[in-house]
Design a protein around this ligand. Structure first.
Ligand code: GLU
Length: 552
């Protein structure tokens, strides 16, 4: 039996040979230095915040070098695939501004000349290359049953050896072609493994653009490349795809760092030029003193949806991830507060080479707060309405009923040099403005209660507000006149009209102008802290002010 016949016996009938596939995936015509990157998720439908970071960086590095970033769906492990998983990944990433030049665009369609971009549609390609390895005596059929594998594993664990099929455990390596032929004819199931040429005692140097040069033992494990159902393993499929799709840079999470020796070996065995690698440190969390990776299972904030449901603007999440990606991004953003992420040049050298980056929620919320503070009143209105439409029908109705009034409210201390930073996320907005709407005021005022701070005497409160509406409040006053009148009111009622006087002689006064403002503020809003009181009174208008005073 020739090697070719032997390969046909193990993997009968392929549509094309590997040489044909080489021709079908020609070099890309790209400018010098252009990076071809890829994001290669399993279609689980779930987007982890760390995955968003990785996909984002793949996109940035390719686009800042006029290259290509493609999406490849790694669905060789069918158990991890979920229905509509592909589409929900695409949609979720798109909504964060991460899009791809090539790859699937729906469950059934794709764009780009280097597809198919879904691995289960590429089965023939992997088989063609596996056949090549078999022909070259670099891969073999392995009949080890599950029981045998379990036994080997147990034995290795007991004697504290490395787990895997290597050395004397790789006993099917030496089966003759005839033996293999007989066993296949008998219907025995088999898988294809490489004949690893490596030795564990050999150290090889691997280069990573982020982690630097590392010395690691060569791979000596006879890795599986084709499973018994004919489907390739992740390692085999991804090496072949990265080669055929002409990936220049593999940028991925550093949980794959330990697979690098295997991948490098596969590139060599297949005679491919290996791409460059950049392994990104994971986002971590301090869990009661223990630093661990942010986990999909344990941490709700690991899912990007967690933040969108909470109303954190997607742009803020991306700004935060950019600060995680490159240590100098934050300084750049301080210098360019309105700068776009696309204007920043990412650099592998500025990526953290550590074993993890703490996921800093306060920082994320701070970035978000600053981001929202720079939006116009229209933008705040639109985005809050968009959020409320999904998560808060009561507030949605109010916003739709009073669009201009709502915008005026959002505009208090906005669109100015140092805008007020009331909202960390769109879910905060209602909590900060409900008292401006009668419908919500009636509903929530008692729930929150009037926060008069140190002023407790009800009669005194009434006296202050009655004197205020009767003698001092005039809707037409400008801000200075309005404030002077509050000072006059203070004096009339025995309160210091400025803080300095009050601090010097507190015993001479019942309180200060600040107490007077607080009484007015709390009486109309229930809250002791609000944005500009002048604007609030102006927007509420005299009728509402009177109504609210009368409620007391
Ligand atoms: N399919 C792998 C994953 O789910 C991709 C690893 C890689 O980028 O090589 O993360």
């Amino acid at each position: 039996m020739t090697n070719k016949e032997y390969a046909d016996l193990l993997l009968p009938g392929v549509e094309h040979t590997w040489e044909e596939y080489e021709k079908m995936y020609p070099e890309r015509d790209l400018p010098e230095g252009a990076m071809v990157t890829r994001y290669a998720p399993s279609p689980t439908g779930f987007v982890h915040i760390g995955a968003l970071l990785v996909s984002f960086l793949n996109g940035r590095f390719s686009s800042q070098t006029n290259g290509v970033c493609y999406l490849r769906i790694e669905d060789t492990d069918q158990e991890r695939s979920v229905e509509n998983g592909i589409l929900s990944i695409i949609n979720s990433l798109n909504s964060f501004g991460v899009s791809f030049d090539e790859g699937p665009i729906s469950e059934t369609e794709e764009q780009g000349k280097y597809g198919p971009y879904i691995q289960t549609k590429r089965a023939d390609i992997y088989r063609a290359y596996a056949k090549r390895l078999i022909e070259e005596d670099k891969a073999y059929a392995s009949f080890l049953s599950k029981e045998e594998l379990d036994e080997i594993r147990e034995q290795q664990m007991k004697s504290k050896q490395r787990i895997g099929i290597y050395g004397r455990y790789a006993k099917d390596r030496n089966l003759s072609k005839e033996e293999v032929f007989d066993r296949i004819n008998k219907g025995e199931k088999f898988i294809i493994r490489i004949k690893s040429p490596g030795s564990f005692f050999n150290k090889i140097k691997v280069n990573d653009l982020i982690k630097g040069t590392m010395e690691v033992p060569e791979n000596d494990i006879d890795e599986v490349i084709i499973k018994s159902d004919g489907i390739p393993t992740y390692h085999f499929a991804s090496v072949i795809d990265d080669h055929l799709m002409h990936t220049t840079h593999v940028i991925r999470g550093d949980e794959w760092l330990s697979s690098l020796p295997k991948h490098i070996q596969l590139y060599e065995m297949l005679g491919f030029k290996a791409p460059k690698f950049a392994h990104i440190a994971p986002l971590t969390k301090n869990d009661n003193g223990q630093i661990r990776k942010l986990s999909k299972r344990k941490d709700p904030e690991a899912a990007v949806d967690y933040f969108t449901e909470d109303g954190v603007p997607k742009e803020a999440i991306m700004l935060y991830l950019a600060t995680v990606a490159n240590s100098n991004f934050e300084g750049w953003l301080d210098q360019n507060p309105n700068g776009k992420i696309e204007d920043f040049k990412f650099d592998f050298k500025k990526c953290s080479s550590s074993s993890g980056t703490l996921f800093d929620l306060p920082k994320l919320y701070n970035i978000s707060k600053n981001y929202i503070s720079r939006l116009t009143k229209e933008e705040v209105y639109d985005r809050t309405l968009e959020y409320a439409s999904k998560y808060d029908s009561e507030f949605k109705e109010i916003l739709e009923k009073y669009p201009e009034y709502s915008k005026d409210i959002f505009n208090i201390e906005r669109e100015q040099k140092k805008p007020r930073k009331d909202y960390e996320k769109f879910s905060d907005v209602k909590r900060q403005v409900w008292y401006m709407f009668d419908e919500l005021f009636d509903k929530y005022k008692d729930e929150y209660g009037y926060d008069y701070q140190s002023i407790t005497d009800k009669e005194e409160i009434k006296n202050i507000i009655n004197t205020y509406v009767d003698k001092y409040y005039d809707e037409n006053d400008d801000k200075d006149t309005w404030f002077n009148k509050i000072k006059e009111l203070s004096e009339e009622l025995g309160y210091a009209s400025n803080m300095k006087d009050y601090k010097e002689n507190p015993d001479n006064y019942k309180g200060s102008v600040a107490d007077i403002s607080t009484v007015i503020r709390v009486s109309v809003t229930t809250r002791s802290q609000t944005p500009d009181l002048y604007d609030i009174l102006r927007l509420l208008g005299i009728d509402k002010i009177k109504e609210r005073f009368n409620l007391l």
